[in-house]
Design a protein around this ligand. Structure first.
Ligand code: HAM
Length: 440
């Protein structure tokens, strides 16, 4: 019988060891920078009740109507989380996080699931990092959330981005705008795409987000929401822009920017990159002042964003930015004979204790094969030990790059390696990111 070949689900990918270092690098950077902004990490389950996502994001959104992975167990219906804003709000309400006092400044990193048609930059399991600030209606919170988002890309050297900004106002502003938009589109209803026709009654704002060619002429001359903002919404929007100006963050106002979830109010934004092709949104977010109440909490204004990590890596590739170091190990102990192997195994803890990475052969290979393996592992140093070395108490420390060898006691080796580690650390912190062109 032919062996069955197993594979990942369409649009879901393994992150293999050769790639994982760039993920770890980015995750470390996010943790480190989030701490500087005083954001605290939150981790929520991968599964959520279907009703939370339907209520939170909106029944008619693309995500809820066609992209959720759902299943049931007994009478309970669940989905794999398609995003984290609604789950974070659920956690906030369920755990009474408001009682901690002040505004809750939360961030997260993790996998999300949407049954979209996979293509470059669009997967069915993808990863986001993001921020949700709950409890503040102040435009300073909007500005700080945007500042953190922009900061991460800047830190990585992804400079070629555009921040698109809009305000979709409060519900009253939006109702007035929806009415005007429908009146404007009505005479040409028959000429709109099928999808826009279905959105016309219940969700006309989403028509502005249409990619269908036949809709474009109507979108281009449509009324703009910013003309329908209430006084309060206008003030909020103006202040957000002023704060961004103060922070030196440039933006382009896009009055047709509407986001894919129904929970948004006031500020809406997206960070786009020309290096991404058709899936050009690196990140997106906005205010959602009514969601906490919608999910059963007390009225709590909130603002946040989420960024696609796979898309960030695509932008890095296009810009020739390499994240994380190459695979390597500091020390490879090459042993000849059983006594040397035993000795080698016993040295590993002391070397690791110094803060160095260390390994040895697990396969009983010849010395030649072990040296070859040390090269493959990109070992910085090898410690070579056989019967003679054991008798003399001096071992060969070989610098693999310089091809330089010294006969040293184990204490001397540990001291030399510690000094080398300190130098390496100081270089790493000065140049944590490299472009492959710099390495040549
Ligand atoms: P979103 O715009 O749906 O917003 O997703 C944010 C980012 O996730 C996108 O800009 C994109 O980079 C990435 N992304 C989305 N779908 C995929 C996919 N199928 N494959 C790869 N990357 C993808 C949200 O998720 C909101 N929760 C953001 C937010 C937070 N709003 C307020 N707080």
């Amino acid at each position: 019988m032919a062996k069955h070949k197993f594979s990942t689900h369409h649009g879901m990918v393994d992150i293999l060891p050769d790639e994982v270092r760039k993920w770890q690098y980015l995750e470390n950077l996010i943790h480190q920078e989030a701490e500087k902004f005083n954001f605290e990490e939150i981790r929520t389950p991968i599964m959520e009740q279907t009703e939370l996502i339907v209520r939170g994001l909106g029944q008619l959104t693309d995500i809820v109507s066609k992209e959720i992975f759902s299943f049931s167990r007994g009478d309970d219906n669940y989905v794999l989380r398609p995003e984290l804003t609604a789950p974070v709000v659920r956690a906030f309400v369920e755990n009474h996080l408001d009682q901690r006092g002040g505004s809750q400044k939360l961030y997260y990193i993790g996998p999300m699931f949407r049954a979209e048609r996979p293509q470059k930059g669009r997967q069915r399991q993808f990863h986001q990092f993001g921020v949700e600030v709950l409890g503040s209606a102040d435009p300073v919170a909007d500005a700080e959330v945007i500042a953190f988002m922009v900061h991460i890309y800047k830190k990585l050297g992804i400079a070629n981005t555009t921040l698109k900004l809009n305000s979709i106002g409060d519900p009253e502003s939006r109702e007035a705008y929806k009415k005007a938009l429908k009146e404007y589109l009505k005479p040409n209803f028959e000429k709109l795409s099928d999808i826009s026709q279905t959105r016309f009654e219940k969700n006309p704002l989403r028509i502005l987000d249409s990619k269908e060619e036949e809709d474009q002429p109507f979108i281009e001359t449509a009324p703009v929401i910013t003309d329908f903002l209430s006084e309060e919404s206008k003030v909020h929007y103006t202040q957000v822009k002023e704060y961004l100006d103060d922070l030196g963050i440039s933006y382009v106002e896009d009055p047709y920017l509407v986001r894919g979830m129904d929970y948004y109010t006031q500020t809406a934004f997206e960070l786009i990159s020309p290096d991404l092709g058709s899936q050009d949104a690196l990140a997106g977010g906005g205010r959602y002042d009514l969601l906490v109440e919608e999910i059963g909490g007390k009225p709590t204004p909130a603002v946040g964003f989420a960024a696609g990590m796979e898309r960030l890596f695509i932008a890095c590739e296009e810009l020739d930015i390499k994240l994380g170091s190459e695979k390597s190990v500091d020390i490879y102990i090459v042993t000849l004979g059983d006594a040397a192997r035993k000795w080698g195994l016993k040295q590993l803890p002391a070397i690791r204790e110094k803060g160095l990475s260390a390994t040895m052969d697990y396969m009983g290979r010849s010395m030649k094969a072990q040296m070859k393996d040390a090269n493959r592992e990109n070992a910085r140093y090898t410690i070579i030990v056989g019967e003679n070395e054991l008798n003399e108490g001096k071992f060969t420390l070989r610098n693999m790059k310089e091809s330089e060898e010294n006969q040293l006691t184990m204490d001397e080796i540990l001291n030399k390696l510690s000094a080398w580690l300190n130098v390496r650390r100081s270089i790493f912190y000065k140049h944590p990111i490299s472009r492959s062109s710099d390495r040549k």
